[in-house]
Design a protein around this ligand. Structure first.
Ligand code: S3P
Length: 179
């Protein structure tokens, strides 16, 4: 069965946006990238939002973006690496469609993200990178309906694999309690 939407989660540098774009083309879905939505809505880049509004300001904007991205169907939702950590986002994303965790080994992620660079307010140094990774991996794992190794192929190949695997997933059971 074709899913209503597909949600991509994973650490910074896992390739959620690039794989999301390829997946959206495969499924003929529309890509919603929560970081891009936040930046567009704020008219500021992420480091600037962080500097002027702090992380709480960014997270509030991200929650709004997640809500907008999850409204409707036929969407591939590429989440910022921290989006799934909010309970509110977790519920909304879980309800939107299967959650795919793009997993990558620490050395692959480390090589892809610019530790200490301007665009990564959460990664001032390698220690912060290590701490965040250890903290988040179990959360990504438990949120995921499906885990895909992000370094196992090109974005195209990963998109084909995800397309095939999400179609095989059983539909989410309806857990509504009716009296
Ligand atoms: C963040 C990840 C970033 C961006 C922000 C915070 C995080 O997105 O949302 O800098 O908390 O992991 P990417 O995962 O797309 O880099």
């Amino acid at each position: 069965m074709r899913p209503r939407n597909v949600v991509l989660i994973g650490f910074m540098g896992a390739g959620k946006t690039v794989v999301g774009r390829a997946l959206a083309t495969h499924l003929d879905f529309r890509l919603f990238d929560t970081d891009a939505m936040v930046v567009e809505e704020a008219g500021m880049e992420i480091p600037e939002i962080w500097a002027t509004e702090g992380e709480p300001g960014f997270r509030a904007r991200e929650e709004k973006a997640v809500l907008r991205a999850c409204a409707g169907s036929g969407h591939v939702i590429a989440c910022g690496g921290g989006a799934i950590l909010s309970m509110k986002n977790y519920g909304v994303l879980k309800g939107a469609g299967p959650i795919v965790y793009l997993r990558a080994p620490a050395d692959v992620l480390r090589a892809r993200v610019d530790i200490g660079g301007e665009g990564r307010p959460l990664l001032p140094d390698d220690a912060a990178f290590g701490r965040l990774l250890v903290e988040r991996v179990p959360i990504y794992e438990s949120a995921a309906d499906l885990t895909i190794d992000a370094d196992a192929g090109t974005p195209e190949q990963l998109a084909s694999l995800i397309e095939q695997r999400v179609s095989d997933l059983p539909e989410r059971p309806d857990r509504t309690i009716r009296l």
